[in-house]
Design a protein around this ligand. Structure first.
Ligand SMILES: *[C@@H]1O[C@H](CO)[C@@H](O)[C@H](O)[C@H]1NC(C)=O
Ligand SMILES: *[C@@H]1O[C@H](CO)[C@@H](O)[C@H](O)[C@H]1NC(C)=O
Ligand SMILES: *[C@@H]1O[C@H](CO)[C@@H](O)[C@H](O)[C@H]1NC(C)=O
Ligand SMILES: *[C@@H]1O[C@H](CO)[C@@H](O)[C@H](O)[C@H]1NC(C)=O
Ligand SMILES: *[C@@H]1O[C@H](CO)[C@@H](O)[C@H](O)[C@H]1NC(C)=O
Ligand SMILES: *[C@@H]1O[C@H](CO)[C@@H](O)[C@H](O)[C@H]1NC(C)=O
Ligand SMILES: *[C@@H]1O[C@H](CO)[C@@H](O)[C@H](O)[C@H]1NC(C)=O
Ligand SMILES: *[C@@H]1O[C@H](CO)[C@@H](O)[C@H](O)[C@H]1NC(C)=O
Ligand SMILES: *[C@@H]1O[C@H](CO)[C@@H](O)[C@H](O)[C@H]1NC(C)=O
Length: 480
């Protein structure tokens, strides 16, 4: 993508004479590091050589039948129980060959690779009894949709290290439509299950697979560290309820790379617990990298942060994003009562096509677990940089709604060009920040220029000025 050029932003009242945005662009272009390049490599660390497992069994050795009708929960459980004896001998691989393998929820173990061959399909049972009810997450205090427990995910793991779910583009299909109907007609007693959930685990790789029709969210790492989700396809009907793609939740060192996601809700949603429960659990999501994400969502956003963010979210780097036919591109959602923070977020190289709202901050999302939340627990939203965005057929550039008495600050927008927007493209309240090279022109609270005065207040924009050589060059240029 080439950077947005040109004079469309016109002159701004608070700039020194003769110092225009075009000059800023020239300044940036002269630096060795182009402004749209992210400092360093944000790609998942390259330790993604296939994990070698000295032992391997096939699910068929445990009596599984791949006819799409036979329930294979016992076969999965028995195979994994057997493989547990290899956990301290380099680990083991459970091979799932071509076939339709119907199953209820089962548990993974440490040092296990679940490997789905081409044309292998793990099908989630449509009998809710085969998805047992477990305790709510401590950082949510209750099920996300209903009080009390929640159904356990189809593929579940807890307290694990070194778990790989991969294959040759096999499929994990939650057959979620029955859950969507139960949800819509209000016949559920407990919160719907996710398709894959890993809790309190470290060293998780999920790659080279297709995920379909989750009952609720698709991939949910919660209280995890060192998680990679690479090269996966996730699909659910665009009108299916709350079928998020990937939801890193109170987790750190998560890398999501080269994924295609088309679902009913947020493609990637970064979370960290809910109101008073999330505040007291206090585990943030941090060091989240997203590199290469393509997708569409009719009801959600391409990348969302929140609304559950009470444990804090920081150090998010997302780049190379392409969202089309979607209602929202980038979204931060929160509410009084959430507490926590969203800080140090950098989103760059975004292409939007037919997206209703490019950037949206929602300060009054609502939705509380119960009446015991503290309305004076205000979230801190700061140092959010969004740069290098181009959009076609975008209806609204920014709907940026902060919270009265709790302004979202150091919001920095750089090098953004959106075509097709309506007459009032920005609507900002309780927002503070800076911008350069943004078309259409931003709302007043963001009009002040980032360079040369405010780049240090912006996240991930100061690096261009680190070396003294560059600073001298900048000083020379600005003294023209
Ligand atoms: C995904 O598949 C490719 C091609 O087979 C392979 O090189 C790569 O190691 C796999 N990735 C993971 C993380 O398993
Ligand atoms: C997380 O897992 C480790 C073992 O891997 C265990 O020692 C620890 O107690 C677990 N913590 C929670 C909160 O489940
Ligand atoms: C995980 O660790 C927690 C805390 O130590 C413990 O209560 C729980 O039983 C463990 N769960 C499993 C499945 O090992
Ligand atoms: C992605 O996964 C497919 C199989 O699902 C594999 O053929 C391809 O090589 C993988 N690509 C990468 C970059 O790992
Ligand atoms: C994997 O299979 C799905 C269909 O199940 C397909 O849409 C996708 O393109 C395939 N991915 C790769 C990398 O071959
Ligand atoms: C709710 O949906 C399920 C699944 O379609 C159906 O079996 C059930 O009869 C419905 N219940 C009500 C009260 O509509
Ligand atoms: C920007 O992202 C697109 C994918 O949306 C990718 O093809 C392109 O190479 C990226 N550009 C840069 C400069 O990284
Ligand atoms: C945010 O970034 C600044 C500067 O890069 C750093 O000093 C600060 O520790 C970061 N905050 C968090 C919560 O990571
Ligand atoms: C601007 O946003 C506020 C909510 O923050 C909304 O109440 C108002 O109607 C919006 N104005 C326009 C012109 O869209």
């Amino acid at each position: 993508m080439s950077p947005v050029r040109g004079r469309y932003s016109g002159s701004k009242p608070n700039k020194p004479e003769g110092y225009r945005l075009v000059d800023v662009f020239l300044v940036l272009a002269l630096f060795s590091e182009a402004p749209w390049a992210v400092a360093g490599s944000s790609q998942c660390s390259q330790s993604n050589l296939e994990v070698f497992r000295p032992h391997s069994v096939s699910i068929t050795e445990f009596g599984a039948v791949g006819d799409g009708v036979t329930l294979n929960t016992k076969a999965f459980q028995n195979a994994i129980f057997y493989l547990n004896s290899f956990a301290d001998k380099g680990g083991a691989k459970l091979f799932v060959p071509a076939g339709q393998w119907l199953t209820g929820s089962f548990d993974l173990i440490s040092h296990l690779t679940l490997w789905l061959d081409k044309d292998a399909v793990i099908l989630g049972s449509t009998n809710s009894d085969t998805w047992p009810v477990i305790d709510p997450l401590p950082s949510y205090g209750r099920g996300r949709e209903l009080p009390g427990g929640r159904h356990r995910s189809l593929i579940f793991g807890r307290n694990l290290t070194d778990v790989v779910i991969t294959g040759d583009n096999g499929t994990i299909d939650g057959q979620g439509s029955i859950w969507w109907e139960w949800f819509r007609n209000g016949t559920l007693d407990y919160t719907r299950p996710h398709l894959v959930e890993l809790m309190n685990s470290t060293g998780v790789i999920i790659s080279n697979l297709t995920f379909l029709n989750p009952p609720f969210w698709t991939i949910h790492p919660v209280y995890c560290s060192h998680v990679k989700v690479q090269n996966v396809t996730i699909r659910a009907p665009l009108d299916s309820p709350n079928t998020d793609g990937i939801d890193p939740d109170s987790s750190d060192d998560v890398c999501i790379e080269d994924c295609y996601i088309s679902t009913g809700d947020d493609l990637v949603s970064i979370k960290s617990g809910w109101d008073e429960y999330g505040i007291s659990y206090g585990r943030p999501s941090t060091k989240i990298t997203i590199h290469g994400l393509i997708g569409e969502t009719k009801l959600g956003a391409g990348i969302a942060i929140g609304s559950e963010m009470s444990g804090g979210v920081s150090e998010v780097h997302a780049e190379n994003l392409y969202f089309f036919n979607s209602v929202r591109g980038i979204r931060i959602k929160t509410s009084p009562g959430r507490g926590g923070y969203v800080r140090n977020i950098s989103i760059s190289n975004v292409t939007l096509n037919h997206v209703d709202v490019a950037i949206i901050f929602t300060g009054h999302f609502g939705e509380h677990p119960d009446d015991s939340y503290d309305p004076s627990a205000l979230p801190i939203i700061e140092r959010i940089t969004i740069k290098n965005v181009i959009g076609e057929n975008v209806k609204m550039a920014g709907q940026l709604e902060g919270i009265e008495g709790d302004t979202f600050r150091y919001i920095c927008l750089s090098n953004i060009k959106l075509n097709g927007v309506s007459e009032s493209p920005w609507n900002c309240s309780y927002i503070q920040g800076y911008s350069d090279l943004v078309f259409p022109e931003t709302c007043d609270p963001l009009k002040e220029s980032i360079f040369p005065m405010h780049h240090l207040d912006c996240y991930d924009l100061s690096n261009h000025f680190r070396s003294s050589r560059n600073q001298k060059r900048l000083a020379r240029l600005l003294s023209w």
